[in-house]
Design a protein around this ligand. Structure first.
Ligand code: NAD
Length: 502
């Protein structure tokens, strides 16, 4: 038996790699092999507090650096992300399991958030009104909040932290990122790039840990804002606890994303779109399509037949297997829970059209699942009501576009949805009436580009305002409005007890 030496990961605090101070550690696995690859320290409340204090000192200085100088660091950071894309993609593949080409797509999407944050000088411009009354000028300014935290999920080890944190740093905050304990390498890699880009020590920090570390962060008196991305159950906890402690909170949860297929849709294009959007990244995307919703029996028959032929040929594989369509799922537990969801669906009357439960893969220890397609799924089934974060996708047939809209609107999740059709009128009705935050028309994964806002509705998001786009700058700043007048020494003094008016 070969003994594998585990990497011993650290935190990144105040510009340095910092060892954990207690015995609490987690293990990082490589989903492609199923092997443990590293230990990751879990920060205690005391370690969190020390980090916050250091970040506070750094933030006070960083906020005074001109925004023009701050974004010079971002320019360099962007360049380093581009130069290190290959290395970073391999790292993401190792810890997350996704294929290298998928990881490169993730990095490119993450860089869009840096592009947006480079626009901070423009975004931070305030409003100015001259002579609002009595030679008074009024103007507003956007100021940073202070020390803020981001808590990120496993499925986008680099894109989500970049989207959550880059603007926060650009507008003058100090950031403490708590990455998913399942994928801590990418956050540490990112820390090295920030350091090389010239970001002052303490402005960017990574504390590793689990829920106890998160709890210490979100209840800390000097943390001003919390940005969370993860599952809905945890998003609710973060929102409730954070707001109870008077923090600004935005918490993004899970999704159940539908693709509605109208009878006039181009069926071959629709099938290809569904496959990529549904099974890409082993379906571990919050915007992955989970449900195909053909309208009418005839549409369902044609769609299912064409889809089945292609889904059965999909192949999972190791992150560096160039022939794989997608990688392994994140953990042995995740694999079990997806298998359980399939079994339950069958018990409730669903029909397995393509069975991916025992995929033909080289490494039997890896957390692999093939593409599974379930038909005859009905809205009362658990598999339809809950998010299944893995490659088990479902077909729910409806009779009309109205029924499709009603079912989707009744679903607790409201992250993404898409409609495939050639009818402008139906598409318009759909986009107007659907109660979902991100909508596509003939677009398989309607994730908005980095300079538009991102965010679901209903149980897919808790808190005000969206994120990733311009709303990120609003979330991470507070507005101050100044009314100012300069006395003319020749004016006579007089006291006025009336309420000021223009
Ligand atoms: P998760 O909720 O298990 O974990 C997310 C983060 O929360 C991790 O950093 C984890 O350490 C921490 N955490 C876990 N349990 C906690 C608890 N009880 N208290 C405090 N913190 C806790 O999510 P995950 O499995 O890493 O990610 C997958 C989920 O994230 C899916 O549901 C997916 O849909 C969702 N997601 C949503 C979006 C979005 O933008 N809406 C984007 C990506 C992923």
């Amino acid at each position: 038996m070969t003994t594998v030496t585990l990497d011993r990961l650290t935190h990144y605090i105040n510009g340095k790699k910092v060892e954990g101070k207690n015995d609490l550690v987690g293990y990082v696995y490589s989903p492609s092999t199923g092997q443990k690859i590293a230990t990751v320290p879990f920060a205690s409340a005391e370690e969190v507090d020390e980090t916050v204090q250091l970040a506070k000192e750094a933030q006070a200085k960083w906020a005074k650096v001109s925004v023009g100088k701050r974004i010079q660091v971002l320019f360099k950071f962007r360049q380093l992300l581009v130069e290190n894309t290959e290395k970073l993609a391999i790292q993401i593949g190792k810890e997350n399991g996704k294929t290298i080409s998928d990881a490169k797509g993730e990095i490119a999407r993450g860089i869009e958030s840096v592009d947006l944050a480079i626009g901070a000088p423009d975004i931070l411009k305030g409003e100015h009104s001259v002579n609002v009354g009595g030679e008074i000028n009024a103007y507003s300014m956007k100021q940073p909040l202070g020390v803020v935290t981001c808590i990120s999920p496993f499925n986008f080890p680099i894109m989500v932290p970049l989207a959550m944190s880059t603007m926060a740093v650009a507008v003058g905050n100090a950031m403490i990122l708590k990455p998913s304990e399942k994928v801590p390498y990418s956050a540490l890699f990112m820390s090295e790039l920030w350091e090389e880009a010239g970001l002052p020590a303490g402005v960017w920090n990574v504390v590793n840990g689990d829920k106890d570390t998160v709890n210490a962060l979100i209840t800390h008196k000097d943390i001003e804002a919390i940005s969370f991305v993860g599952s809905t159950n945890v998003a609710k906890i973060i929102y409730e606890t954070g707001t109870k402690h008077h923090k600004r909170v935005n918490a993004f949860g899970g999704g159940k994303n539908h693709m509605v297929i109208l009878p006039d849709a181009d069926m071959d294009k629709t099938v290809d779109s569904f496959i990529g959007a549904a099974y890409g990244s082993a379906s571990q995307r919050c915007m992955a399509i989970s449900v195909a919703m053909p309208v009418g029996q005839k549409t369902a028959e044609v769609f299912t037949q064409k889809l089945k032929e292609k889904v059965k040929d999909l192949k999972p594989g190791a992150y560096d297997d160039e022939t794989a369509n997608f990688g392994a799922v994140i953990s042995a537990e995740a694999k079990q829970s997806i298998l359980h969801a399939i079994d339950e669906a069958v018990e409730e009357g669903a029909n397995i059209v393509v069975d991916g439960r025992n995929p033909d893969v080289e490494n039997k220890e890896g957390f692999y699942l093939g593409a599974t397609l379930l038909d005859n799924v009905t809205p009362n089934m658990k598999v339809y009501k809950e998010e299944v974060f893995g490659p088990a996708r479902q077909i729910v047939t409806v009779d009309s576009i109205g029924e499709a809209i009603q079912l989707i609107n009744d679903h607790p999740y409201g992250n993404g949805v898409t409609v495939f059709t050639n009818s402008g009128r139906d598409a318009r009705k759909f986009t107007q009436e659907i109660e979902v935050g991100m909508v596509g028309v003939n677009v398989p994964v309607p994730i908005p580009v980095g300079y538009h806002n991102f965010g679901g509705w209903k149980d897919s998001r808790f808190g005000e305002g969206q994120m990733f786009g311009p709303d990120t700058a609003r979330f991470f700043t507070k507005t101050k409005t100044v009314s100012e007048r300069w006395f003319d020494q020749s004016e006579t003094d007089e006291t006025n007890f009336d309420f000021p008016s223009s």
